[in-house]
Structures are given as structure tokens and as C-alpha cells.
Design a protein around this ligand. Structure first.
Ligand SMILES: [Zn+2]
Length: 299
């Protein structure tokens, strides 16, 4: 299964990530790098990633440390993988020097700026690729949203992860300003009574058509994922996603969360959204910026 063009429409600038450095886990085993030239590509390989760029102004080692650190943390927190284990198939990360080059290689519009490209089948991931086009400050960014899609594929390679979970979890990686914008979208849709039902969200397989509907889909997915993590845990959310595929939504809700129906989930979630009004802008983590959030669309 090839998932080129995993709808991203994202441009997440994680400007502060390099400053944080590796996590404690990563510090215990300092990553190793191999740098070489492959035709027109400057290549840097870390334990799990192979970065390729035609630009010579990238601090690739810093980028690699950020990716490796995020991978370690994500696998521990979301997938429950405590031990370090490298992919036998590294994730290729293409960083293009221009939007034109990015668009030519991916077939996507320049405004998407990044995408995950995966081949999944027979219970394994047979290709992992990330494509990014950077300019200006974007050159120092790590697009955690797309990396999250790649990391989730390890868990969901027997069957497709529900789309709302895939996006909802990926948006958790974005942190504040964009989440705040999505929250505003959510609240407006609730006020306008244009928000789809949770039953519709959970039973859907694709992205709704139209930019506005797509934004509402992202907003609702992110909020529901956030709520369920609050009610259970990160790992419980992925367990729920798996069980919805295996035994249906109603049974999965009862087994994982003790919730008797989708209607009850909907009322509980709406009460939480209204009462807690989560994901306000938090200046303490405002190093995260997201460009052109309006570019997030369904195609
Ligand atoms: Zn996405």
C-alpha cells in the first residue's frame, strides 16, 4: 500500500527542538552519523534515518538528533517500546532545495511542503520516506506531524489505522499554536452546529471534501484523540483504534474505556470540550509555529 501524499498540508516549524537536545534515553547511547556524497545528494545517515539534501546549509547532525530523539520518545510513550531497536529499513528523508523540486518529485502542490510516503503490507512497512521542501526558517524545522505518521505505521501494518486516529495523534505532535487554531475551528463548528457526529467521524475512512470540512475533520480528530488520551492513555488510544478494526466501535469503547455507546462518548467529549476548553495557546511552548494553516485541506 502506497500512501504518497498523506495529506499533510502542514508546515510545522519546530524551532526549539534542537535546543532541547537529546532525551535522557538518547544521551545514554549517543547516535552515530555517517556523512557522504551520493551524486547530487549530500547524505547523512543516523541509526534510523537517511537524510538527503541538495542544500549545503543544513545542520544535518542536529536534524538527525532531533528525529532520533523524537522516535525514541514516541515509541516509548505511544507504542510501549522501551528498548532501543533500530529499523532494519531506514527512513529516507528528502529535503529539497526548492518548492519546484519538491513538487516535481512528489507530484504534490508546493503548499503542502511535506509528506510521508509509506509502503505497508503483509504486516510490515517496506518503505518509509519523508519529503520536505524548506526555505527560510523552515530549513531548521522538523516536521513531527509527518514523522508521527511514519512511526504509527509500525503498529498499524496489518490493517489501516483509522484516519481520524492517524491525524489526531499526528496533531498531538504539533503542540500549541496550530492546535489552538484547530480548537477555534472546533468551537466555531460546534457553535454553528456544523460539526459531524462522533459516530460519523469514527466510521469514516477518508477525508471529507472541501477545505472547511477538512479543517473541521482535523480539529475534531485532534480533540477526540486528546480527550481519549486524557481519559485513558496514549497507548490505550492506539489499543482502541486497533479494536475498532477487529471488533467494532461499540465493543472497543466498552472494552477499552468502559463507555457503553458512541452517543455516550459524544456527550462526554462535548462536555469535556466545553468545560475544559483545552489546547489554548501556551506561550511557553510557542517555539512551535505553523505556516499557512489554511493550507490544510483534504486532497
Ligand atoms: Zn497528517
Amino acid at each position: 500500500m502506497r500512501l504518497l501524499g498523506h495529506p499533510t498540508r502542514l508546515a510545522v516549524l519546530i524551532l526549539g527542538m534542537f535546543a532541547h537536545g537529546p532525551t535522557a534515553d538518547a544521551e545514554s547511547s549517543e547516535p552515530t552519523f555517517q556523512r557522504y556524497q551520493d551524486g547530487r545528494w549530500l547524505v547523512l545517515e543516523s541509526d534510523n534515518f537517511r537524510f538527503r539534501t541538495t542544500r549545503d546549509d543544513f545542520a544535518l547532525e542536529g536534524l538527525a538528533k532531533g528525529y532520533e530523539s523524537f522516535r525514541t520518545d514516541f515509541r516509548r510513550d505511544w507504542l510501549g517500546i522501551e528498548t532501543a531497536s533500530d529499523w532494519t529499513l531506514k527512513c529516507d528523508v528528502f529535503i529539497y532545495g526548492s518548492g519546484h523540486e519538491y513538487s516535481r518529485q512528489t507530484g504534490l502542490g508546493v503548499s503542502t511542503r511535506g509528506c510521508a510516503d509509506l509502503e505497508i503490507g503483509d504486516g510490515r512497512v517496506s518503505m518509509r520516506r519523508l519529503h520536505f521542501y524548506c526555505d527560510g526558517d523552515y530549513c531548521r524545522s522538523i516536521v513531527l506531524h509527518e514523522l508521527t505518521h511514519v512511526l504509527l505505521a509500525d503498529r498499524f501494518c496489518q490493517f489501516r489505522i483509522p484516519r481520524w486516529v492517524d491525524e489526531g495523534v499526528a496533531i498531538q505532535a504539533e503542540q500549541t499554536p496550530q492546535q489552538a487554531k484547530l480548537h477555534q475551528t472546533l468551537m466555531k463548528a460546534m457553535a454553528d452546529e456544523t460539526l459531524p457526529t462522533i459516530d460519523r467521524l469514527l466510521s469514516g475512512n477518508g477525508y471529507p471534501g472541501g477545505r472547511r470540512n477538512a479543517r473541521i475533520f482535523y480539529a475534531q480528530s485532534a480533540s477526540l484523540a486528546d480527550y481519549l488520551v486524557t481519559r485513558g492513555s496514549k497507548q490505550a488510544l492506539l489499543e482502541f483504534a486497533e479494536r475498532t478494526k477487529l471488533s467494532g466501535v461499540d465493543q472497543a469503547l466498552a472494552e477499552v474505556y468502559g463507555i457503553e455507546s458512541v452517543d455516550r462518548l459524544e456527550s462526554d467529549w462535548k462536555e469535556w470540550v466545553t468545560a475544559a476548553s483545552p489546547k489554548k495557546v501556551d506561550g511557553t511552548v510557542a517555539a512551535v509555529a505553523l505556516e499557512k494553516s489554511e493550507d490544510r485541506s483534504s486532497d
